[in-house]
Design a protein around this ligand. Structure first.
Ligand SMILES: Cc1ncc(COP(=O)(O)O)c(C=O)c1O
Length: 397
């Protein structure tokens, strides 16, 4: 079993992170985390070069460092560099994959109640444009996707366009059994699109173990990278089954006046223009996470999240997390105050939290009779004292 960071190591993690001060408790890593100094240095350093010598010239100077970001991400998730596409955020990555998958009228999109709001909107749009149906596999008694019902839904694979799953949903501590979902999708030879937005940087990722054909992630959450960054993993073997929907002259080569050819590998999902400084910052964030050891980051997050869940009860809050395996996202409600009011009180005490709203998790919240929840999320920079401070404020409400 992997050991969490010691208090001394957590202090070191904090020391490497300018936002970790005694004045602020940041429990919003699932929203946007606090980047370590190395991320700022990579990003700001590049911005300075752009401003000093010109954007294209700075890009030329950083060409090897930029290429190395693909290698770092590939190392982190057990892929090859050419299976990685740079994107602006997780939704851009997810959409690039989703809209490349062929869908015929009457086919089904298999999903689960915890899929992200933006993904549900895309399903509804795909129902409009392709005439597909949304097949909502229910949760089991623990709140995670029901694997038996999924197996049944996959009995006629020709009827299924794809399986989509949020590995770690926005709306709770649940960790869905993604590898088991991948095994079922792979056996049925149905494309498997995994939303790893809240997983990247929080848990170890091995795309072969997960069996995903696509994996989408963002930079700013548990990876602690810059805002406006993300990536898509596209398995090499899926590429001849899908067609990127909006290629440009970087994702495709314009080979003659009437013809283009898709670029090799996952690059076909990219656009030429991008935030170079952000991408380098993301690379620094991935390298930092790998140096820390994501298994230990995960163990530390688990320990802190459990401490928080234990304390919430006693502080008059109801923990709303479901699932067999849980993570660093902790959702709760107060007996009388609304989540927005609780968040407001915490903000006034310099404690950053967020609220999960219906718009991002309707299929999960509605059946549970919830309209919103307080969402607190911890990281390997969170101390026990910070949890205690937060619980003190909650107890006083
Ligand atoms: C599970 C999940 N998927 C996707 C997203 C979208 O990520 P982004 O805002 O980077 O596009 C989020 C954002 O909170 C999320 O929690």
């Amino acid at each position: 079993m992997t050991t969490p960071f010691t208090d001394r190591e957590v202090a070191e993690n904090r020391g490497a992170t300018p936002g970790c001060t005694d004045d602020l408790v940041h429990l919003n890593h699932a929203g946007s985390s606090l980047p370590p100094q190395v991320v700022l240095d990579a990003q700001i350093g590049h911005l300075r070069r752009e401003a000093t010598i010109g954007g294209y010239e700075a890009a030329a100077e950083a060409v090897d460092r930029s290429a190395a970001v693909y290698d770092s991400i590939a190392t982190m998730i057990g892929a090859s560099a050419k299976e990685i596409a740079r994107t602006e955020h997780a939704t851009a990555a997810w959409n690039a994959a989703f809209w490349s998958i062929p869908m015929a009228p009457g086919q089904r999109i298999i999903t689960h109640d915890h899929d992200y709001g933006a993904n549900w909107v895309a399903f509804l749009r795909a129902a409009e444009v392709h005439g597909v149906e949304i097949d909502r596999v229910p949760s089991d008694v623990h709140g995670q996707i029901d694997l038996e019902r999924l197996a049944t839904a996959l009995e006629h694979p020709d009827e299924v366009a794809l399986v989509s799953l949020a590995w770690i949903p926005t709306s709770g501590g649940l960790v869905n059994p993604a590898a088991q979902v991948g095994a079922l999708a792979n056996a049925a030879e149905v494309p498997f699109l995994l939303d790893a937005c809240q997983a990247a940087g929080q848990v170890e990722i091995d795309v072969d173990e997960l069996g995903c054909d696509f994996l989408s992630a963002t930079g700013r959450k548990f990876l602690r990278g810059p805002r406006g960054t993300g990536f898509l993993y596209a398995r090499e073997s899926i590429l001849d089954r899908v067609t990127p929907s909006h290629p440009d002259h970087h994702g495709a080569d314009w080979v003659s006046m009437d013809r283009f050819e898709y670029a090799d590998g996952a690059r076909r999902f990219e656009y030429w223009e991008h935030d170079h400084a952000g991408w380098l910052g993301l690379g620094a964030a991935v390298d930092h996470a790998l140096e820390l050891d994501i298994a230990r980051v995960h163990a530390t997050i688990d320990e802190r999240a459990e401490q928080l869940r234990r304390g919430l009860d006693d502080a008059g809050m109801t923990v709303q997390d479901t699932g067999v395996e849980r993570c660093g996202i902790v959702t709760s409600t107060h007996r009388s105050l609304s989540p927005a009011e609780v968040a407001d009180r915490l903000t006034k005490a310099s404690i950053n939290v967020s609220t999960t709203m219906l718009g991002s998790a309707r299929a999960d919240l509605e059946p549970r009779g919830l309209t919103s929840m307080v969402r607190m999320s911890v990281h390997c920079t969170t101390t026990s004292d910070e949890i205690d401070r937060t619980l003190d404020v909650l107890r006083s409400l």
